[in-house]
Design a protein around this ligand. Structure first.
Ligand code: FAD
Length: 466
């Protein structure tokens, strides 16, 4: 099977196409470089052309054409994903969804939107329509698309109350186009959503998304300082468990993260400050402040609706989730990160144990999330990178300590996820992408069903550097 790039490009030439220069390079990359391991392996990756369909009919045309000419297709939202999710490992077509960004319908509790719409634009439309907002969004809210969030993300701001994207009810419906000689348009709800959500676009292209909404608030954003790290972590979980207080995020930053990496926060903290970043609904502030007053060692150093900071710190959520890593990387390029699950009910014990084992080589950055109704931690720990061998050892020691790792130094769905084959996604790929042309190299189960996960998977058809 040899890709006929020129024939595909010629057939699609009536659409917006980039096939050279900086645009092609930029659109072939995402935030893979957060990982020194992926940076070493994927830096050269380049698609052959970028095409930007304007509607579902043009998506079908792109897929039909690329199928006919055996051209791989890697879909791109805004390319803010980590893990190299949106990178065309085998070259070919990058299908950019930027021109499919319409908000089609807003109703009580739901929005129907095209996949290329930015998360911030979804929220703006829903707020204007009826004072509603997305239940959860990634901290790349200002730049990322809803389609990319559903296909590549996991959760984020809002997960403290609503859990993760994979939880039943957090996506209502997806409309998906298959990669066949004559592409089909399918609709998925309920149990079937797992086939294509968080599948990196390896088995279908999402052309319409229906998401649940919650009431929108002017969230009060805060930083609370603690001298003692475990007190900060305990406080963050306790806030999530306050039955009468509505919160949207609770992030915990081990000292000296706030001092060393948060430039606008730095004048207000010292090296020993452990910080908690929060968003609380305005009507919950009395309840929150009551609880804060009962908490030993907690000092409210910033609230967005009442402060005297000379330099506005910007949205508190842009310190959380993977923005913490970004801020650290800007100051110290040798920093990388891990994604860790500190599961209920031993979340606090595990955090304490890992801290004993690794601090300061690994600094805790925790996000409180809800899983099966229980508040616990997603860790996006900051790691001082030395060697790949040491990074692998840190991963192994976390796992031996009972912490699940979603390894951000791998580019496959399985290794970045739960290290198991998702049979539903694989079965749907067999049906929807029989030639294996969608986002190649990202699903091990497709390429090498016998792979044992002892070493890092190396996609054999990774396009070589030129
Ligand atoms: P892209 O990166 O363009 O794509 C992501 C994946 O989805 C790719 O595999 C792509 O092929 C696929 N895809 C895109 N559109 C479609 C489509 N229409 N149909 C099928 N497949 C498609 N993630 C979180 O979950 N939570 C966070 O809080 C978070 N914070 C982040 C902070 C920073 C600073 C960075 C760099 C990343 C963060 N991420 C986070 C990762 C990423 O930003 C989010 O997952 C984001 O929502 C991805 O959207 P995107 O439009 O950039 O998708």
């Amino acid at each position: 099977m040899t890709a006929n790039i020129d024939a595909a490009k010629a057939a699609l030439s009536h659409m917006e196409i980039d096939d050279a220069g900086p645009q092609l390079k930029t659109k072939s990359r995402d935030f893979f470089w957060y990982s020194p391991v992926l940076k070493a392996r994927l830096d050269h990756v380049l698609g052959d052309f970028v095409v930007a369909p304007r509607n579902e009919a043009e998506v079908i045309e792109v897929l039909r054409t690329c199928h006919a000419h055996d051209v791989p297709v890697t879909t791109r939202g805004a390319g803010t994903g980590n893990y190299g999710q949106a990178m065309p490992l085998a070259g070919g077509c990058v299908m950019h969804m930027k021109n499919m960004a319409a908000v089609k319908d807003v109703a009580p509790g739901r929005v129907v939107v095209e996949p290329g719409c930015l998360l911030k634009d979804v929220d703006a439309a829903c707020i204007e329509h009826s004072g509603q907002e997305l239940r959860m969004f990634s901290s790349t809210w200002a730049t990322a698309t809803i389609g990319g969030f559903v296909a590549g993300g996991s959760g984020g701001i809002g997960s403290i109350t609503w859990g993760s994207l994979r939880d039943p009810g957090n996506i209502i419906r997806l409309r998906v186009v298959t990669m066949e000689a004559e592409p089909r348009v399918l609709e998925f709800r309920g149990e079937e959503l797992a086939r294509v959500s968080h599948a990196y676009g390896t088995n279908g292209i999402i052309t319409e998304v229906e998401m649940p909404l919650a009431p929108a608030y002017d969230w009060v954003e805060m930083f609370v300082a603690f001298d003692d790290f475990m007190s900060a972590a305990t406080f963050a979980v306790d806030v999530a468990n306050l039955d009468g207080v509505l919160s949207k995020i609770a992030s915990v930053y081990e000292a000296p993260i706030a001092h060393d990496y948060f430039q606008r926060v730095r004048p207000h903290v010292d090296e020993g400050t452990n910080l908690v970043g929060l968003m609380v609904a305005p009507h919950s502030m009395d309840g929150f402040l009551t609880f804060l007053g009962r908490t030993q060692g907690a000092e409210l150093i910033y609230r967005s609706d009442d402060h005297d900071w000379q330099k506005h710190p910007g949205p508190v959520f842009e310190y959380g989730w993977n923005h913490t890593t970004l801020r650290a990387l800007k100051v110290d390029p040798s920093i990388t990160y891990l994604q860790v699950r500190f599961g209920f009910p031993e979340h606090l014990e595990k955090v304490a144990k890992i801290r004993e084992m690794f601090s300061p080589e690994v600094l805790h950055h925790l996000e409180v999330i809800r899983e099966n109704g229980k508040a616990m931690f997603a860790g996006l720990s900051l790691v001082k990178f030395t060697t790949e061998a040491r990074l692998d050892e840190i991963v192994r020691l976390h796992e031996e300590a009972g912490c699940m790792i979603f390894n951000p130094h791998r580019y496959t769905l399985e290794e970045g996820g739960r290290q198991t084959v998702d049979d539903r996604q694989l079965a749907f790929k067999r049906e929807a992408d029989p030639k294996g042309l969608l986002n190649p190299g990202k699903m091990i189960a497709w390429d090498d069903p016998e792979f044992g996960f002892e070493t890092m998977y190396a996609y054999p058809k990774l396009k070589a550097a030129e």
